[in-house]
Ligand binder design. Structure first.
Ligand SMILES: C[S@@+](CC[C@H](N)C(=O)[O-])C[C@H]1O[C@@H](n2cnc3c(N)ncnc32)[C@H](O)[C@@H]1O
Length: 400
């Protein structure tokens, strides 16, 4: 094939033990042999546990590598042998992506190799058998000596030879979360991302054309410190923080929480307060272990009786020109924003864990009729994610 394509090709088949030879060469102990360098490595290394005293462990240790699986040993050696800009494509078990044992391996890998693409096989039965145990395998492509890219391609296929590959581009910060000391490698489902992207591409309604706006909570607590009260008292109104979110609705007051529950209602604070009404609240910051990035809850004036209310700066609120929303529209919006489709779409373009009002303003929404229909069909706010998703997707796909 190379001949036909006019490509020079030369090869050497080495019958030696890669672990032994390369460890020695990297350790500098093989009579001064310089380790070889490679521009590219395509590997399907053996997978096998290597015990502490095994020859493989001792060889690797001599090169400063400590690992309990042979495949990790191969990858460690290879990335040391790659030239700057050199590329690696490897098919390995998925096991290194999480867990404490592989943490040093991940740290080392991510510090020296820029992950370009990760391929996963959807069917576990199509994965290779290893000692009679089904292994989940991945293929990854990485380049040495470059910074991590802003986005990584995640692709998936069944694992059978039917050729269909789903592909999505995902923020690197979604794969390896910026503050994760454990450096876990998360691999989102490419097909879900693709469905989310297509579904969202079918939406063309802007928030403004729905007659709605979204703003960041106006109460910046440290600036109004003297007006804050731990518990509600005469002359105060409710102050809402993300800690008041409670499965779709607001739980207020929360005297067990560290945050103040109330704010004085006077001339000084009034510009930062909002006339009470039905508002949709969104957390601006979500913990990295939180299931969803976009977390919405409904502030219902029937449950928290007050004329005015303060929304703290750690949340965003949807409103209609400064007033509350109509019920079914608010509930429809609630379902839409809490859906997996929106969540996955959001994760695609936003690697950070913040949900800013600008992001929500730029999002495309279902039209008013669809939102009202979704809202009308929501029996309760706190419903299982899959039921909420089914309802939202049914309406989004039913659009002409
Ligand atoms: C998963 S198989 C992959 C074979 C082949 N590269 C392919 O993709 O079809 C792993 C191979 O690594 C070889 N192997 C195991 N330990 C090795 C070592 N220390 N040095 C060199 N090759 C080794 C095994 O003999 C086996 O052929």
């Amino acid at each position: 094939m190379c001949l036909e394509a006019g490509i020079d090709f030369d090869f050497t088949i080495k019958g030696s033990d890669f672990i032994e030879e390369m460890s020695a060469s990297l350790a500098g102990s093989l009579f001064g042999t310089k380790p070889p360098t490679f521009d590219a490595a395509i590997v399907n290394p053996p997978y096998r546990k290597i015990s502490t005293g095994s020859p493989e462990r001792l060889h690797l240790r001599s090169a400063g590598i400590e690992t309990s699986n042979l495949y990790a040993g191969f990858i460690y050696l290879i990335h040391r042998l790659l030239a700057p800009g050199g590329q690696l494509v490897a098919i390995t078990p998925r096991s290194f992506c999480n867990g404490p044992y592989f943490r040093p391996f991940r740290e080392n890998l991510l510090a020296s190799l820029a992950i370009q693409q990760i391929h996963v096989f959807e069917s576990r039965t199509a994965a290779f058998r290893n000692d009679g145990v089904l292994q989940e395998n991945i293929i990854f492509h990485a380049i040495k000596g470059q910074p991590q890219p802003a986005e990584v391609i995640i692709s998936s296929s069944s694992g059978n030879h039917d050729g269909a590959v789903a592909q999505a581009s995902v923020a690197y910060a979604e794969i390896v979360r910026p503050n994760d000391a454990g450096k876990f490698i998360h691999i989102p489902s490419a097909s879900h991302h693709t469905v989310a992207k297509e579904t969202m591409a079918g939406l063309h309604t802007s928030l403004a054309s729905l007659g709605l706006s979204v703003s960041t909570g106006r109460v910046v607590d440290f600036r109004l410190k003297s007006a804050l009260r731990q518990e509600p008292e005469a002359g105060t109104v409710p102050l809402l923080y993300p800690c008041h979110f409670n499965g779709g609705t607001v739980h207020w007051p929360r005297t067990d929480a560290r945050k103040p529950n109330a704010i004085l209602n006077n001339a000084e604070t009034r510009p930062w307060l909002v006339k009470s009404g039905l508002y949709l609240l969104i957390k601006r910051f979500t913990a990295k272990e939180e299931r969803r990035r976009v977390v919405a809850c409904l502030f219902d004036p029937a449950e928290v009786i007050a004329e005015w209310v303060g929304f703290e700066n750690h949340l965003n609120y949807f409103h209609a020109h400064g007033q509350g929303l109509e019920k079914n529209l608010a509930v429809g919006l609630y379902a839409f924003l809490n859906s997996t489709v929106v969540d996955q779409y959001f994760r695609r373009f936003s690697g950070h864990t913040q949900v800013n009002a600008t992001d929500l303003r730029q999002l495309a929404y279902p039209d008013r009729k669809t939102l009202l229909a979704i809202g009308g069909e929501m029996k309760q706010l706190d419903q299982p994610q899959n039921e909420l998703d089914q309802l939202v997707e049914k309406h989004l796909h039913a659009r002409p």
